[in-house]
Design a protein around this ligand. Structure first.
Ligand code: CO
Length: 137
């Protein structure tokens, strides 16, 4: 079940430059993590019940690098927080909605994530994310 908007992902060329804006507003970068499988460095900036996720490419052929090339910096995806991403994944498939991965995979912070294809989501890349349970790596 979806519980909240978990974060809004923003593609940036440099986390070091982009974070200044949010820090000047009193927000704090909670964690910076590299996700090698995605070719990105991710900075999470909590904002109330949600967060802003800055995505900086670490390789030229990563999806975020291609996004920057095509469209420049800007909003990249919307992430909905789920309490059971496996179940939501099954519901999407049952409804004939196109998801990007065979099954939910590991995302930043040990979360489990799935993505809905923008063609099935009104042009929005939609991420579903279930936070890591205690004890997960
Ligand atoms: Co995200």
């Amino acid at each position: 079940m979806i519980e909240r908007i978990a974060h809004i992902g923003i593609a940036v060329r440099s986390i070091d430059e982009a974070r200044r804006l949010y820090e000047s507003l009193g927000l704090t970068v909670e964690a910076i993590e590299e996700v090698p499988a995605e070719g990105v460095r991710v900075a999470l900036i909590p904002c109330g019940e949600s967060a802003i996720e800055l995505l900086e490419p670490t390789s030229e052929d990563s999806p975020v690098a291609r996004f920057l090339e095509r469209r420049g910096p800007g909003i990249h995806h919307l992430c909905l927080g789920s309490d059971d991403v496996m179940s939501d994944d099954a519901s999407l498939r049952g409804a004939g909605i196109r998801v990007l991965r065979e099954e939910p995979t590991r995302g930043a912070g040990g979360s489990r994530v799935q993505f809905v294809h923008p063609k099935s989501a009104g042009g929005v890349l939609l991420e579903l994310s279930q936070a890591a349970a205690d004890g997960d790596e």
